[in-house]
Design a protein around this ligand. Structure first.
Ligand code: FPP
Length: 247
């Protein structure tokens, strides 16, 4: 059953996909097998999110810190990303899902950059569903990049310092064209945000699940939405104010 249009369906769900390594270790497999299974989960969760009426889904696929992992794991992850982009293009087009990225994608291998450009271009006109991949992403790097772009705009007279505000500054973040996440999910039992969308999640609800990412499925996503539906989002107001509709 689709929940599209329901008040409890978040518009934007961001996910920290964690636990691939532990999933593999529990089975005596190399870590890359966990990531390989993780890619299958990505497809299933993107499909499930659309079926549940979630318009934006952001997945933390590779952080700026992940370069410090063993070189064979980094190249394995890049290979999986390349494979995912090649394999998913038809599915994204069939389901009318637009692909966007956040992060310093210019530092990714040239082949991955080419695939990204191809998929982004082929899906750019889709409006209803958006998959955002966070690639070579880190919140602090994003703020540094935005600060540089904002300072350049001030120097060039496109921004006025006197007008500095969150509203103006946030236009320089990677996420300028994306609504803030309503719900942040982290799998594998870890309860931290690890340099992920720190500013954008200022008012996001957070759900932490012990399920390892390769085992995460539609039912787990639905449970997170149910938990989200039980939360009261107050944005600094009182319950009474929320109930009376004042803002
Ligand atoms: C965290 O598990 C997961 C990652 C660092 C990478 C996530 C990548 C994928 C799911 C596959 C590639 C993605 C796409 C979109 C094609 P971990 O390795 O930190 O797990 P552990 O904490 O159990 O070791």
């Amino acid at each position: 059953m689709t929940q599209s249009g329901s008040a409890h369906v978040p518009q934007h769900v961001a996910i920290i996909m964690d636990g691939n390594g532990r999933w593999a270790k529990q089975r005596g497999l190399p870590r890359i097998e966990g990531h390989r299974r993780g890619v299958e989960t990505v497809r299933a969760v993107v499909d499930a999110a659309r079926e549940l009426g979630i318009r934006y889904i952001t997945l933390y696929a590779f952080s700026v810190e992940n370069w410090k992992r063993p070189p064979e794991e980094v190249s394995g992850l890049m290979g999986l990303l390349d494979y995912f982009l090649k394999r998913e293009l038809d599915n994204l087009i069939k389901n009318r899902v637009r692909l966007l990225t956040i992060g310093r994608t210019e530092a990714l291998p040239a082949g991955v950059q080419r695939e990204l450009a191809r998929v982004i271009d082929a899906t750019k006109d889709f409006k209803d569903w958006t998959l955002v991949l966070a690639l070579n992403y880190g919140s602090r790097t994003e703020v540094a990049d935005a600060a540089r772009a904002y300072a350049t705009a001030v120097q060039e007279g496109r921004e006025q310092l006197a007008d500095a505000s969150w509203d103006r500054f946030s236009r320089y973040l990677y996420t300028a064209a994306i609504p803030e996440p309503d719900l942040l999910i982290r799998t594998s039992g870890e309860q931290r945000v690890s340099n992920f969308m720190l500013l954008q999640c200022a008012y996001s609800e957070m759900v932490f699940t012990p399920v390892l990412w390769p085992d995460f499925g539609k039912a787990d996503l639905q449970s997170a939405l149910e938990e989200y539906g039980r939360r009261e989002r107050r944005y600094g107001l009182t319950t009474e104010q929320i109930k009376s509709g004042s803002s």
